[in-house]
Design a protein around this ligand. Structure first.
Ligand SMILES: *Cc1c(COP(=O)(O)O)cnc(C)c1O
Length: 384
């Protein structure tokens, strides 16, 4: 078999979602919301589709969207960004790919903190780089400066920082961001900041972009996603933000990945960013309510639920719930015998993968959450 096939395995999200659809199972696996998007944005997209352009957009993105993104980050985080620091991409996934292609040369090493979003390692390798894992450990999942420092070698080129963090739901604190910045500055590293969850925060927390820390603006490539901000994951509109020269380099990589993204959806996202700050708080309230409902239902059923401060995911500790099956075996049982898809955490790491944790998505309507809890109750009984 072609070894490339092995190095780019089917994503665990695709694997679980396809299996869930084939069996008609409840899908608490893949992270897409089934409630709460803005009808005004859909109307704007429809208007742009029928009345606007349906031809190639400029490769760097519609000026109106680049300006809207810059203004958005100015309002929310006090950043002063110009349009030449931005490139619109087909989702944050493409922004991450472009950032890696722009920075990693064959033989370079990239530090990835695991458990990590499953796209990073295959993309680093296809850019010719090698992955150096730094293991975060439950239940705290803290970034340890010494561990990060110890992973740096003369070949290290970049650190991928995902904050807020998927799959753990952690929002890293000031000290942890300062540790990443200190290591990056000391060794002249690029930080690829996957900050797609920047607005999906619970319990009144505040997010700090790592680019705003001293010394970081010049060395950060930030990846953002309208899919996550507006619960419109299927649109795949994202962007990268960096210092002008670095942004130009990543934009060149983007030219040969997708070249440009759907202009009508870009126009609707620009509308959403310019009109939509008032939508963020109600979204957070809905997500926090859904998180509390799922966590309460699971706790009542005897599951040990880990805290989730951000994203629309929470993790369950199977071992602490009295379940001896590992994560993959439990996920298979839950799907086959109880009719509910969950995500095992072990595919999110290669060195020391956690095998006793699963991730659940709570961005679902009450009825879906309740049906999911009932199915997980059955799975627990079957696993006992
Ligand atoms: C969802 C997600 C992405 C991908 O974002 P898209 O805009 O859908 O491409 C990237 N990173 C993390 C951590 C995510 O959760």
């Amino acid at each position: 078999m072609n070894p490339l096939y092995e190095s780019m395995a089917t994503s665990v999200f695709e694997r679980m979602s396809l299996a869930a659809a084939a069996r008609g199972a409840i899908n608490l696996g893949q992270g897409f919301p089934d409630f709460g998007w803005e009808p005004a944005m859909l109307a704007e997209a429809a208007r742009a589709l029928t009345g606007g352009s349906n031809q190639y957009a400029p490769s760097r993105g519609l000026p109106v969207l680049r300006e809207a993104v810059a203004a958005h980050y100015g309002r929310h985080f006090g950043q002063t960004l110009t349009a030449d620091q931005l490139c619109v991409t087909s989702g944050a996934t493409e922004a991450i790919a472009a950032a890696l292609l722009a920075t990693v040369s064959p033989g370079d090493e990239v530090i990835v903190m695991t458990p990590a979003y499953d796209a990073y390692a295959p993309l680093v390798r296809r850019a010719g780089g090698a992955v150096r894992e730094v293991t975060l450990r439950p239940p705290g999942w803290r970034i340890d400066r010494d561990a990060l420092q110890a992973a740096v070698t003369p070949r290290t080129r970049a650190i991928i920082l995902n904050n807020p963090h998927n799959p753990t739901g952690r929002l890293f604190d000031r000290d942890e961001l300062a540790a990443v910045a200190a290591v990056a500055v000391a060794h002249d590293l690029i930080v690829i900041a996957d900050e797609v969850w920047e607005h999906v925060l619970h319990d009144g927390q505040r997010f700090t972009p790592i680019a705003t820390l001293p010394g970081m603006a010049a060395r950060t490539i930030k990846c953002g996603s309208a899919g996550k901000i507006f619960s419109l994951t299927g649109w795949k509109i994202g962007w990268l933000v960096a210092a002008p020269e670095l942004a130009a380099l990543a934009a060149r990589a983007h030219q040969f990945l997708t070249f440009a993204s759907a202009p009508n959806l870009q126009a609707a996202v620009a509308y959403g960013l310019n009109e939509g700050d008032g939508w963020l708080d109600p979204m957070r309230v809905r997500f926090a309510r859904a998180r509390n409902r799922l966590a309460a239902g699971l706790t009542e059923t005897g599951y040990a639920v880990l805290p989730s401060a951000s994203t629309y995911f929470l993790c369950v500790d199977l071992a602490a719930s009295g379940i001896v099956l590992d994560d993959e075996a439990f996920a298979a049982l839950a799907l086959d015998q109880a009719g509910v898809a969950v995500i095992p955490l072990s595919p999110f790491a290669e060195v020391a993968p956690p095998r006793h944790l699963i991730r659940l998505c709570f961005a679902k309507q009450d009825a879906t959450i309740d049906a999911g809890v009932a199915a997980l109750r059955r799975a627990r009984e079957l696993a006992a």
